[in-house]
Write a protein that binds this ligand. Sequence first.
Ligand SMILES: *[C@@H]1O[C@H](CO)[C@@H](O)[C@H](O)[C@H]1NC(C)=O
Ligand SMILES: *[C@@H]1O[C@H](CO)[C@@H](O)[C@H](O)[C@H]1NC(C)=O
Ligand SMILES: *[C@@H]1O[C@H](CO)[C@@H](O)[C@H](O)[C@H]1NC(C)=O
Ligand SMILES: *[C@@H]1O[C@H](CO)[C@@H](O)[C@H](O)[C@H]1NC(C)=O
Length: 284
Amino acid sequence: MFVLPFILSAALAPFVLGQDDTPLQIQAIEAHFNNSGIVPTLLSTFAPTAVFTLAFQGSGNIQPGQAFTDNSKVAPTPNLTLTGGTYNAGDLFTLAMVDAGPVGSAEDSQTRHWLVNGVTVTGDKAPFTVSTDNATAITEYAGPAPPPGSGPHRYVVLLYSQPSDFQAPDGLNTANVGVSTFDFPSYVQSTHLGALVAGTYFTVEAGTASVSLSATQPVVTSTLPAASSTSGSSSPSSPSTTPTQGGNGSSGNSGSNQGSSAPVTRAISWTAVMAGIAAIVIFN
Ligand SMILES: *[C@@H]1O[C@H](CO)[C@@H](O)[C@H](O)[C@H]1NC(C)=O
Ligand SMILES: *[C@@H]1O[C@H](CO)[C@@H](O)[C@H](O)[C@H]1NC(C)=O
Ligand SMILES: *[C@@H]1O[C@H](CO)[C@@H](O)[C@H](O)[C@H]1NC(C)=O
Ligand SMILES: *[C@@H]1O[C@H](CO)[C@@H](O)[C@H](O)[C@H]1NC(C)=O
């Protein structure tokens, strides 16, 4: 029984030692956004400066594009951390989570599941904590509940710099506005939000899709430019893919148990391989 703690600590190692592979992780999330159509459908461009990690009570740290079929795994409100970038006391941010629908949907509005103005980033070093303690929750975190049969919906979580001339629009300028649809790109533009600091996404699917779905290309981190500058991979270099979901398993390398179709490895390193094993243990 001493094996599990060992595996768990190996799984945590990439996060603890994560600074080195931040450029690779940033390229990987960019590739995930490209391959899942979030760029250019929701965002015209995406060049984050930090890796955004969401930790849910029932799931721990989730991976970009991780697929869920049980929405209790992505509730309640996650903890958020950033790796990469520098932050000053007094810097403000806006946090949003929107449902961009299944891959291929060309919707001109998004469902707002979370919107918080005046978010702060705390801590002396990575991972920095994204705090909503002193912020205004326009819409409190509302967990995903996609319609059954509608395919895997993409829940995109984004952190924008919120400059001093930020102006919340009527209807979205006080706390406790319920979930509804809005035009997210136009919100970002009209309120004068600044740089997109970080983003990630996951999918939730309810029931079996009764619609035809576009495929999402898997992200192969070993082919990303930053991978070639990752040194010291002294160990079994298996090709490391982090599949994103399109339909019922277009990337096809894992079982369909809850959460297990999640991307499990990311860097070609011994710790990542161990993390993958641990992730399989955890997700099962
Ligand atoms: C994402 O797509 C953009 C625009 O097509 C491209 O310039 C960029 O290199 C892509 N990034 C990755 C990591 O695939
Ligand atoms: C979130 O943060 C709180 C406070 O640090 C901690 O007690 C809790 O275990 C964290 N939850 C997750 C899922 O990481
Ligand atoms: C919230 O505001 C209080 C009082 O100004 C301050 O002491 C605290 O550090 C702030 N917390 C965060 C997370 O910014
Ligand atoms: C995936 O979809 C195809 C075509 O709709 C279907 O034949 C196949 O059984 C599905 N596989 C799973 C694992 O649901």
